[in-house]
Design a protein around this ligand. Structure first.
Ligand SMILES: [Zn+2]
Length: 490
């Protein structure tokens, strides 16, 4: 697997040089020592800090890869969004795909019925991927004007006709119809992996549909990227158990949804929203999914449950707690609002808290309004760390950027949430959440930087905690990303 290479000049685990070969670390020491031990090795001069490359504890490889190929409406004003969409409609026929729209922007676009008809066939995801805007024609074609799927909502205008706004499960048929064909899926996953490398990420826990699972298997046969895959729980065939998808990817678990999101006010709460009627939108009641979860756990699958609100968190714990233990621990995704005393109960049940501090970039204002009277129980990262809960940090890409620099900033600044509690993690806790925590969440020990360990390294001028992106990224010893200034001229 290629030549032996010595990188010299950067700080690396207390040394100034590191030798890599065959995908692994061969040795650490001074340049002279390593050149003596590995005669004929290539020498690269670099400066800065070598760190262990990071992993993302929760993202969606196929969706992220597809999103990288769509119109990104994040931060757009209404007029600019309309102009951009019209231009894109003229540029190419077929589905017009967008994403990243705020709830407000989506509502304003939906209110312009002429525009929506002009843009058809249309599919724009809200930033949180729980609401989408389509056009009335496509909504009719899917039969959504006649029948609304359980756990979903189809918005209607004053005239009683669908506006094109679809929420939760009602969005699924349109999401599916508007996708690129299957041949594009492997390419989309490869696009996602290349982008993750740029951020110093060489592996991830990823949540996928069956199509995504196949695409991840294919892409990781070619590309050095580790993937621990959870498949949508109701799509796993009878008789299957956890298994390897490629040398680098494994299907380890199954995922279920209990609620929606904060931004859409569809998170499932114990008490009504502080700024909206109702207690959110439960996606499943425990009795509906308990038998299926039990059977999957008995076959060895780790179970992951999406829970944003405190009622969903309580229900997730009640569902996961009694399940058979598996090699890869069961886990709860997001946990943005939890009941009092929840951290201690999570630890006792040995359940992983999978959290995405970068959500705060979008959520902070919503949380302060929707949970104004219960902020002390929101984003309880510090409580999890103090209780000794296993924590995996991630980005939920494509919902947020996968940059760990961004996630680290929010993890260490989470006190901004307010509510009179400490929410934030210290830097060491946050950094280990992107590496040791993710490895532990899939039942593995994180390799350090030592002879024999996989050569998964990222070179920074100082480190991601300074908001920096890497200069050089190595996965299995291969340079998968290199900035122009990575090598220092001798
Ligand atoms: Zn997600």
């Amino acid at each position: 697997m290629g030549d032996t290479v010595i990188y010299h000049g950067a700080e690396v685990a207390g040394h100034r040089a590191i030798a890599l070969g065959g995908g692994r670390v061969l040795g650490l020491g001074s340049r002279e020592q390593l050149q003596g031990a590995f005669a004929g090795a290539l020498l690269r001069e670099v400066r800065g800090q070598f760190r262990s490359a990071l992993l993302d504890g929760h993202l969606h490889l196929l969706a992220y890869g597809r999103a990288l190929g769509e119109i990104d409406l994040a931060g757009f004003e209404t007029a600019a969004a309309k102009a951009t969409l019209r231009a894109a409609r003229c540029a190419a026929p077929g589905w017009l795909r967008g994403r990243g729209a705020s709830a407000g922007l989506l509502a304003e676009l939906a209110a312009d019925a002429d525009l929506v008809r002009e843009l058809a066939p249309l599919r724009i995801w809200a930033h949180d991927l729980h609401t989408l805007l389509s056009d009335p024609g496509s909504v009719r074609q899917m039969g959504l004007d006649r029948e609304v799927p359980a756990g979903g909502a189809v918005e209607r205008g004053p005239d009683g006709l669908p506006t094109g706004l679809l929420r939760e499960t009602a969005a699924s048929p349109l999401a599916k119809a508007s996708e690129e064909d299957g041949g594009g899926a492997e390419g989309a996953v490869a696009r996602a992996i290349r982008e993750l490398w740029r951020h110093g990420i060489v592996g991830a826990v990823t949540f996928e549909t069956p199509e995504g699972v196949r695409a991840v298997a294919a892409a990781t046969r070619r590309l050095p990227f580790r993937a621990y895959v959870y498949q949508t729980g109701d799509s796993i065939g009878r008789g299957t158990g956890p298994h390897h998808l490629s040398g680098r990817a494994a299907l380890v678990g199954a995922k279920f949804f209990l609620d929606g999101t904060l931004g859409s006010r569809t998170a499932w709460l114990k008490e009504p929203w502080a700024d909206a009627p109702g207690i959110g939108l439960p996606r499943h009641l425990p009795a509906e999914i308990r038998p299926r979860m039990r059977s999957l756990a008995r076959r060895g699958f780790s179970l992951a449950v999406h829970a944003i609100g405190d009622a969903a968190a309580e229900t997730a714990l009640a569902l996961l707690g009694p399940l058979s233990p598996t090699d890869v621990p069961h886990r709860i995704e997001h946990l943005q609002l939890v009941p009092e005393g929840f951290a201690e109960r999570l630890r006792q049940a040995d359940i992983t808290a999978s959290v995405q501090p970068c959500h705060l970039a979008q959520d902070l204002d919503d949380a302060r309004r929707g949970w104004a009277d219960r902020l002390g129980r929101a984003y309880p990262y510090h409580a999890f760390a103090t209780a000794g809960v296993r924590m995996a940090l991630g980005s939920d890409a494509p919902v947020e950027s996968p940059s760990p620099a961004l996630g680290l900033r929010w993890a260490t600044q989470a006190d901004d949430v307010g509510g009179g509690r400490r929410h934030r993690l210290d830097l060491h806790e946050a950094l280990s959440g992107y590496r040791e925590g993710v490895y532990a969440s899939v039942g593995r020990l994180a390799p350090g930087i030592a002879a024999g360990a996989p050569a998964d390294l990222a070179l920074y001028a100082r480190g991601p905690e300074y908001g920096e992106e890497p200069l050089l990224v190595l996965s299995e010893g291969q340079e998968v990303f290199r900035a122009d200034e990575a090598y220092v001229e001798q």
